[in-house]
Design a protein around this ligand. Structure first.
Ligand SMILES: Nc1ncnc2c1ncn2[C@@H]1O[C@H](COP(=O)(O)OP(=O)(O)O)[C@@H](O)[C@H]1O
Ligand SMILES: [Mg+2]
Length: 379
């Protein structure tokens, strides 16, 4: 590549990176632009997360064999470049001789690889922290020379900086959203909540000085509906406010019980629960506690978090009025959403109840296996 062409390439990529504010769109666009300007045929970008998982963040003009089954073979399993990237053994742009994803495609006759055998792998970094890979390839191209690797490296540096810029601006945006939600929560607390509280106690107070049955019945109705509205408002305010977001599962569940005036006994036999599970357990738990608050006619709850064989478990138990499971339709949003949330993480949620014998919500989720260590000898 001539010097002028190089400069044009770098400038045009920099301009594109500078404009875009959406990570996915930015990566997809920049990849296509790189291919256009370098006359390479195909490329893809992997991004790594904190848990050392990778995801295919962008791809362009993949050969048929890699496009197969919705790019299943690009999104699953490890390979040399991923392994080297994740173990810190890919310091600079490199020719990745014999791409294993291609090799496996050929061996298992998965489809046309369109003459692609090797790709260049270029670390995407910010400072010394590597968080992704830019891979590019062309049919029959068996070597990327030093100049080509050098240019790809400069482009990958720019991509790294652009990713960070977008990440920071997304963070700032979500901070603004959080601030707005907190403001709304405060306003609701100071206005609607106080009014409901005053309606509730005025109804109670007026009832005590009235002897007319029709009036006292209506005052009871006012009292109970404002009490329900107040409970729902408390929940809404709590969900809107972000103060609890950084707290762990135990504090969140226990504090939520306090908000609902439920007395709780909390047992946790597991010190460290993975983040994805904390979120799911928290959301299912909140729903179960809402049901206890609304329906159980009991204010005692036992929460148990544990581990049995290869499963994490969450049990939320009340000793309230229970319900007849044959009479409750499945159309209620709460029970359905608990089951769906458990399913999303490959687990299940079982609700058992009997009239006057309380209710148990039991969630069981398989522990995610660590990614299998990459082994050079495995094909
Ligand atoms: N802990 C509980 N105690 C008593 N009844 C419950 C409990 N949890 C759920 N239920 C019953 O199951 C029904 C369905 O619950 P759900 O799907 O959450 O819908 P919703 O709470 O909106 O009615 C409730 O209406 C209630 O009759
Ligand atoms: Mg409910």
């Amino acid at each position: 590549m001539e010097r002028n062409e190089e400069l044009f390439l770098i400038k045009s990529i920099a301009e594109m990176l500078n404009k875009e504010t959406n990570m996915e769109v930015m990566l997809q666009q920049v990849l296509k632009r790189i291919l256009e300007l370098t006359n390479l045929k195909t490329g893809w970008i992997f991004l790594f997360d904190e848990e050392k998982e990778y995801q295919l963040a962008a791809h362009a003009y993949l050969p048929e064999a890699l496009e197969l089954k919705g790019r299943k073979y690009m999104c699953e399993g490890s390979c040399r470049c991923i392994h080297r990237g994740l173990t810190g053994n890919l310091k600079k742009a490199t020719n990745m001789i014999d791409c294993e994803r291609i090799e496996r495609s050929i061996k298992e006759k998965r489809g046309n690889t369109e003459g692609i055998k090797l790709h260049a792998s270029v670390p995407i970094k910010l400072g010394e922290v590597m968080f992704g890979l830019l891979n590019v390839a062309s049919p029959g191209k068996l070597n990327f020379d030093d100049d080509e690797l050098h240019i790809l490296e400069s482009i990958a540096y720019q991509i790294g900086t652009a990713c960070e810029r977008i990440r920071l601006s997304e963070q700032e945006r979500s901070m603004l959203v959080l601030e707005e939600r907190n403001r709304l929560a405060r306003d609701l607390h100071d206005s609607v909540n106080q009014h409901l509280f005053s309606i509730m106690y005025t109804a109670r107070g007026t009832k005590s000085i009235s002897e007319n049955q029709t009036i006292t019945n209506s005052l009871d109705e006012i009292y109970y509906s404002s009490k329900d509205a107040l409970a729902e408002m408390k929940d809404l305010i709590w969900q809107l406010s972000s103060d609890h977001i950084k707290e762990g599962l135990k504090i969140r569940l226990v504090n939520y019980c306090k908000t609902l005036d439920l007395s709780v006994s909390y047992e946790c036999l597991e010190n460290k629960i993975p983040d994805y599970l904390e979120t799911a357990f928290w959301k299912i738990g909140r729903e179960a506690l809402n049901n206890i608050n609304k329906h159980a006619e009991s204010s005692k709850v036992i929460i148990h978090v544990g581990k049995i064989e290869s499963f994490f478990t969450l049990k939320i138990e009340d000793n309230g009025c229970g319900f007849n499971m044959n009479e409750v339709s499945n159309s209620g949003f709460g029970l359905t959403s608990m089951r769906e949330r458990a399913k999303l993480i490959n687990g299940n949620c079982l609700v058992t109840s009997e009239p006057n014998k309380g209710t148990v919500v039991y969630v069981k989720v398989p522990i995610r296996k660590e990614r299998k260590e990459y082994n050079e000898s495995i094909n």
